[in-house]
Design a protein around this ligand. Structure first.
Ligand SMILES: Cc1cc2nc3c(=O)[nH]c(=O)nc-3n(C[C@H](O)[C@H](O)[C@H](O)COP(=O)(O)OP(=O)(O)OC[C@H]3O[C@@H](n4cnc5c(N)ncnc54)[C@H](O)[C@@H]3O)c2cc1C
Length: 461
């Protein structure tokens, strides 16, 4: 429900007046897709969808929303799988896809200044065409995921082992605050260059993983990196969980790998009982490939694993895009899947694998897990994926209960659920230092006194 003094028709008229009749709607056929996401969340009610094209339009929408107390839910691609853009308390979904300009690529200081609606697929294609020596760290999400939506939730991609999660790659933001004021954060608050976050108090963290509750990001500067000539893949196979922390430490210490992914899954049958390490390397020549492969083989053997040669077709496939997550959806009729992504300390990986396997088996779901090493193993993004049949309500419910159990287990092990859905947010808040909670709430309430920004998320009563 919209909590407003105006009736729905008046709200629609106003929104259409602000953005044009084609870009605001409350027709059920337009709202349907916004009421759910590809994960296991229960669909929820959306009252309006609006697609602004400019900052001015966003500011006017926010003035209107504050005046009449209508909720606003900012959205990029809507692909988190954890329902973060489905309104909890109704309201207007503000879809940013029309704000899709790539404003500037600074080749020397290596950053891209983009509008909030630019997708990861578009930025990647643009750089490949116009700046072949530069790359951004792209997630394995569908290409319609936005760069802004992904970085704002601390996403990660194929450069995250080297350079950290995508939240760390933000240089600056332009934000429409909940009261409609426009604010620049980072070096862009002082300089025309969007090249760094400091050296002034760093407020970017207010907008990361706050799930649209603090404002609407309209522009973002993201770091770019030199692009190697050739990428290759060296795969290892291990049968003892306990060696993983040591293995990952050795691999990151060696600085041989750009990206490190681990896969642990019971299907196809030949993968059962093993941990597979996908090590991506940068090389400039055949000679370099041979020497790096030799060095990696030695590390694999030292920790009682082995190097495996994979067919070139399969290798190219993984080099294009590792797809563990998407592949899991094929294991069950109906094609649904959602995972608990958890930020875990490296030493907990053997335990989380055991726990994930046991929760999967308990729910009759084929164990499918994996992780990406972030920033030289400062953090591990571990995922435990549950497939379900979208056409079978009981099966979806089963996956939901596995997800809930996993969130709880992750927190008990000292990890933190990533892009946490509502249930996980509540569990996190229960465990959170009370003074941190108080600080967070007072900042939030000062910015959004009417509580219109994606309410229900990070709700501290
Ligand atoms: C098959 C598959 C594979 C995936 N692999 C990866 C992966 O490798 N790495 C990874 O990081 N993720 C992955 N994901 C998860 C997810 O899809 C991505 O993180 C995705 O990039 C999120 O971006 P989005 O544009 O869909 O964000 P949205 O879902 O639109 O938004 C995310 C959050 O940010 C808020 N938000 C969005 N835009 C704004 C804005 N402009 N201002 C303020 N708040 C805003 C929203 O309210 C929401 O709370 C995967 C998902 C799938 C389905």
């Amino acid at each position: 429900m919209v909590h407003s003094k105006l009736n729905k028709e008046s709200i629609l008229n106003k929104l259409q007046e602000l953005v044009g009749p084609d870009f605001a709607s409350n027709k059920s056929e337009d709202l349907f897709i916004y009421s759910q996401d590809p994960g296991a969340s229960i669909p929820r009610n959306v009252d309006f969808i609006v697609m602004p094209k400019s900052i001015k339009e966003i500011q006017q929408i926010l003035h209107f929303a504050n005046k009449y107390k209508v909720n606003i839910i900012p959205m990029g691609g809507g692909l988190t799988l954890s329902g973060l853009t489905i309104p909890v308390k109704g309201g207007i979904v503000l879809d940013l896809k029309r704000m899709d300009r790539i404003i500037n690529i600074n080749e020397t200081s290596r950053y891209a200044l983009i509008e909030a609606g630019v997708t990861t697929g578009r930025l990647k294609a643009y750089l490949e065409e116009k700046y072949p020596n530069l790359q951004a760290s792209i997630p394995d999400a569908p290409p319609s995921a936005t760069v802004t939506g992904n970085t704002l939730i601390h996403g990660s991609g194929f450069l995250s082992q080297k350079y950290g999660n995508h939240g760390d790659m933000i240089n600056g933001l332009e934000v429409v605050l909940p009261n409609g004021e426009l604010c620049r954060i980072g070096s862009c608050a002082v300089s025309e260059y969007w090249f760094t976050r400091g050296p002034i108090p760093d407020l970017i963290g207010l907008f990361t993983s706050s799930f649209g509750t603090m404002g609407i990001v309209t522009k973002l500067s993201i770091k770019l990196y030199p692009k190697p000539k050739i990428r290759d893949l060296v795969v290892g196979m291990f049968d003892d969980l306990k060696i993983i922390p040591n293995l990952v430490s050795r691999l990151t210490q060696s600085e041989l790998l750009e990206d490190i992914l681990l896969a642990i899954q019971d299907k196809p049958n030949w993968m059962k009982g093993y941990i597979f390490v996908l090590g991506f390397i940068n090389i400039n020549s055949e000679e370099e490939l041979n020497s790096k492969t030799r060095a990696l083989k030695k590390i694999y053997h030292d920790v009682k694993g082995r190097h495996i040669k994979i067919p070139s077709e399969m290798k190219n496939f993984f080099l294009e895009k590792p797809i563990f997550y998407a592949a899991t959806s094929d294991f069950r009729k109906g094609g649904g899947f959602e995972y608990v992504g958890a930020m875990m300390p490296l030493e907990k990986i053997p335990e989380v694998i055991m726990k994930g396997s046991s929760i999967s088996s308990k729910h009759g779901i084929i164990p499918t897990m994996g992780c990406r090493v972030i920033g030289k193993a400062h953090n591990i993004l571990f995922f435990i994926s549950y497939a379900f049949n979208r056409a079978d309500p009981k099966d979806i419910q089963n996956a939901r209960s596995a997800l809930k159990e996993t969130n709880k287990a992750v927190l008990e092990m000292g990890g933190i659920p990533w892009k946490a859905e509502l249930h996980a947010q509540k569990l996190i808040l229960e465990k959170m230092d009370p003074t941190y909670k108080k600080l967070f709430k007072s900042i939030h309430d000062a910015l959004d006194p009417n509580g219109i920004m994606n309410p229900g998320n990070w709700e501290i009563l």
